[in-house]
Design a binder for this molecule. Structure first.
Ligand code: AMP
Length: 185
């Protein structure tokens, strides 16, 4: 199964991604996790990326597309993958389409996890991650609406988009996801 997981910061993508991985066994490809690992290891990309991440801004498309292109070439991705946090811009989505159509491995489903902004602010203020300062949180929510949400239309037009209500318990939300994934297998 090849999936893209889209949702605003704080929607609970990470938590639900773990549950999807456990049950359906795709490889988890989180660009946020990859960038945090690069930052902590102080690689050149990591040091550059941190300047954007700490302000809640997106890392430039060219950088992130390069990272994903390399990662998707690895053998383990043949068992399927869950892209978490990528694509986040139309340019990234177009680059992904190109990679996947060249490899003849198109996406099966794009899951949108939908949560109102007020709830996101509440959740993010309690999370305590390095890039969860109030200013960075606002920047990321704003960035989601202006830069990332056009992806919903992009994938909607391709007939790939499935929207999941992201309010409720972790188990409630996962049941909604299971219903969609089981129907698309
Ligand atoms: P996340 O854990 O997905 O919220 O990502 C944390 C931060 O990493 C984001 O706020 C961005 O600065 C950066 N980042 C992660 N994925 C991407 C992406 N696809 N494009 C650009 N920046 C990204």
């Amino acid at each position: 199964m090849r999936l893209v997981f889209v949702g605003p910061p704080g929607a609970g993508k990470g938590t639900q991604a773990e549950k999807i991985i456990t049950k359906y066994k795709p490889v988890h490809l989180s660009t946020g996790d990859m960038l945090r690992a690069a930052r902590d290891a102080k690689t050149e990309i990591g040091v550059q990326a941190d300047k954007y991440m700490s302000g809640g801004r997106l890392v430039p498309d060219g950088v992130i597309i390069g990272i994903i292109a390399e990662r998707l070439k690895k053998d383990d991705c043949r068992q399927g993958f869950l892209l978490d946090g990528f694509p986040r811009t139309i340019a990234q989505a177009e680059a992904l389409d190109k990679m996947l159509s060249e490899a003849k491995t198109p996406l099966d489903v794009v899951l949108e996890l939908k949560v109102p902004d007020e709830e996101l602010r509440k959740r993010l203020s309690g999370r305590g991650r390095k890039d969860d300062t109030p200013a960075a949180v606002e920047e990321r929510i704003k960035g989601y609406h202006t830069i990332t949400s056009p992806l919903l239309d992009y994938y909607g037009k391709k007939g790939l988009l499935k929207t999941i209500d992201g309010l409720g318990t972790v188990e409630d939300i996962f049941s909604r996801i299971e219903a969609v994934l089981d129907a698309s297998r």
